[in-house]
Design a protein around this ligand. Structure first.
Ligand SMILES: NC(=O)c1ccc[n+]([C@@H]2O[C@H](COP(=O)([O-])OP(=O)(O)OC[C@H]3O[C@@H](n4cnc5c(N)ncnc54)[C@H](OP(=O)(O)O)[C@@H]3O)[C@@H](O)[C@H]2O)c1
Length: 201
């Protein structure tokens, strides 16, 4: 069965963020992120979404928040005038009030869809034709890594100060391949060796 894939970048001391931003500038790593996720789905927490400040183009953006209307009302620049709410079958069935937002303005900027969910429980990777990449931040990685089949992890080869950390994953994931090794960072592909995909949550 198809599962989630996680994509992240962390420093040697496990930092992934500081003050709601990423505390390094590595254009080559951003290119890798863009290339890997374009045409697919990026799933992220509300704080990461707000720190980016816009939906990522040429991808479906799935945003997790327990307060969808607060997110929408607080980001009118992005959400603008939305036309309709609708949702996937599983979401509709279980949540009664699904959140899928259709925004012509955003579509015009090349964003395929912007979907807001208030629970991760009913986001089913098999309901999407493309891959679902879990793209942070710390809270979302913490909760979703156990449900990820693969982890694409950029290790930034320095220690950095920060307030958002990548969770422990080493006991559940095995290194499959080092995809790239540069002076400043290394990109590693891990696979989840302990996943019970039938009951990921
Ligand atoms: N280096 C990297 O690869 C990378 C990638 C992404 C982000 N980051 C960094 O990570 C930091 C942000 O991480 P964070 O942990 O503070 O925030 P986050 O994980 O991006 O977002 C947390 C928010 O997600 C929502 N949420 C969490 N669990 C949920 C659940 N079970 N159901 C529904 N909604 C849920 C809540 O939103 P509400 O409060 O609205 O309910 C919560 O406040 C930033 O510094 C960012 O730059 C780094």
């Amino acid at each position: 069965m198809k599962g989630f894939k996680a994509i992240a970048a962390m420093s040697l001391n496990r930092v992934i963020g500081d003050g709601n931003t990423i505390p390094w500038h590595l254009p080559e790593d951003f290119k890798w992120f863009k290339k890997t996720t374009t045409g697919h789905i990026v799933l992220m927490g509300r704080k990461t979404f707000e720190s980016i400040g816009r939906p990522l183009p040429n991808r479906k953006n799935l945003i997790l928040t327990r307060h969808p209307m607060k997110l929408i009302n607080g980001n009118q620049e992005i959400f603008g005038q939305f036309k309709e709410w609708r949702g996937g079958k599983a979401v509709a069935k279980h949540l009664k009030k699904p959140y899928q937002l259709f925004i012509p303005k955003v579509k015009a900027r090349g964003v395929q869809d912007l979907l807001v969910f208030k629970s991760m429980e009913f986001i089913k990777p098999e309901e999407f034709e493309c891959e679902v990449f879990v793209a942070g931040g710390a809270q979302i990685y913490e909760q979703m890594l156990p449900a990820c089949t693969d982890l694409y992890l950029t290790v930034v080869k320095r220690e950095v100060n920060g307030d958002a950390l990548f969770p422990e994953f080493e006991d559940k994931f095995e290194l499959a391949e080092v995809l790239r090794n540069e002076d400043e960072f290394e990109i590693r592909h891990y696979q989840n060796s302990s996943l019970n995909i039938e009951q990921p949550f």
